[in-house]
Ligand binder design. Structure first.
Ligand SMILES: NC(=O)c1ccc[n+]([C@@H]2O[C@H](COP(=O)([O-])OP(=O)(O)OC[C@H]3O[C@@H](n4cnc5c(N)ncnc54)[C@H](OP(=O)(O)O)[C@@H]3O)[C@@H](O)[C@H]2O)c1
Length: 249
């Protein structure tokens, strides 16, 4: 297929002011989409809005806050357009801690954004999606493996992956396709939090990847763009793993 993959389409990308989400936004803009982006830090929101200009609208919205999600819906409605692509990317983890050390607050902190927030985002936006729209859910290889100390995060990511199946079943009659992208270790601020900024830990992680390095956000963005475009027109309900083979060996 030639030409930009998302020309003239309206996309919504959550948590798009840094890391994987930012790489997705920048690729979507390059592919001709207009993008509504959410972020948290006012400085990064301002910087991103300046960098992207009129093709993007960057809003502050905490993905775990229902009032913020309602405001996002209002902003989307104000465009008078239907949403062609929704990328549910917002997610977070806490420092590794075993089952016995995980408090109810830890549980809520992770689950409120990764699963409850993602679920309610999808619920609120489903009526705004165009027939034939694409949903891309950002899960994680943690949803399928059992990395020690990350029980809540991993379970929420399995839940997010599961949503790609159920939403395909429920929204398929409108031609809407839902798929998940599951990154392995990817160089972002979120990953630095996981390694504690330690180069030695990063190298250890890289050594567990068959191709001996961690991924780049733009490599995850390529997979998201594929699933967000007509290039994947008969693919629905799947999980596309982007991890240099880490979870396969
Ligand atoms: N990096 C990895 O190795 C990896 C691996 C597997 C899966 N993932 C998943 O990929 C997604 C993106 O991860 P990342 O590593 O790119 O993250 P990141 O580098 O930590 O980026 C965080 C982004 O999320 C925004 N954000 C933070 N809290 C938020 C909230 N409550 N509501 C909405 N947005 C919020 C941040 O906004 P501000 O910058 O304004 O604070 C920023 O734009 C997550 O779902 C993560 O679980 C990442």
């Amino acid at each position: 297929m030639s030409g930009p993959l998302l020309q003239g389409q309206l996309a919504v990308v959550t948590a798009g002011t840094s890391g994987i989400g930012r790489a997705v936004v920048e690729r979507f803009l390059a592919e001709g989409a207009e993008v509504i982006v959410t972020g948290m830090s006012p400085e990064r929101i301002e910087e991103a809005q300046r960098a992207w200009g009129d093709q993007a609208r960057v809003l502050r919205a905490d993905g775990s806050d229902l009032g913020d999600l309602d405001r996002l819906v209002t902003e989307i409605k104000a465009t008078g357009r239907e949403v062609d692509v929704l990328v549910a990317n917002a997610g977070r983890d806490i420092d590794a801690r075993n089952l016995a050390d995980t408090s109810p607050d830890d549980f809520d902190y992770v689950a409120d954004l990764n699963f409850r927030g993602t679920f309610i985002l999808l619920q609120k936006l489903s009526a705004l999606l165009a027939d034939g729209a694409r949903i891309v859910l950002v899960s994680s290889i943690g949803g399928s493996n059992g990395s020690r100390g990350h029980s809540v995060y991993n379970a929420t990511k399995a839940a997010v992956r599961s949503l790609a199946r159920t939403l395909t079943s429920e929204l398929g009659e409108r031609g809407i396709r839902a798929n998940a992208v599951s990154p392995g270790p990817t160089a972002t601020a979120g990953f630095d939090q996981f390694t504690g900024g330690s180069k030695a830990i990063e190298q250890k992680v890289a050594a567990m990847v068959p191709i001996r390095r961690v991924g780049r956000p733009d490599e995850v963005a390529s997979a998201v763009t594929f699933l967000a475009s007509a290039e994947s027109s008969f693919i629905a309900g799947v999980e596309l793993v982007v991890d240099g083979g880490m979870s396969q060996v």
